[in-house]
Design a protein around this ligand. Structure first.
Ligand code: FES
Length: 56
């Protein structure tokens, strides 16, 4: 499922980024491009990031 349509970032890409060491939204954005265009995905991406971090 796409989280960020602008940049083609999927939920699994965000999970993989966390598996590879991403711990903050800034790092996630830098690594995947998520949220860097229109910004409408930021709340969902942040929530998913927190969910992934709570599972680690
Ligand atoms: Fe993510 Fe637009 S949907 S920046």
């Amino acid at each position: 499922m796409y989280v960020c349509l602008c940049n083609g970032v999927t939920e699994s890409a965000i999970r993989n980024a966390v598996d590879e060491g991403v711990r903050t939204y800034r790092e996630l954005s830098f690594k995947t491009g998520c949220g860097t265009t229109c910004g409408s995905c930021v709340p969902v991406a942040r929530a998913l990031l927190q969910e992934c971090l709570s599972e680690t």
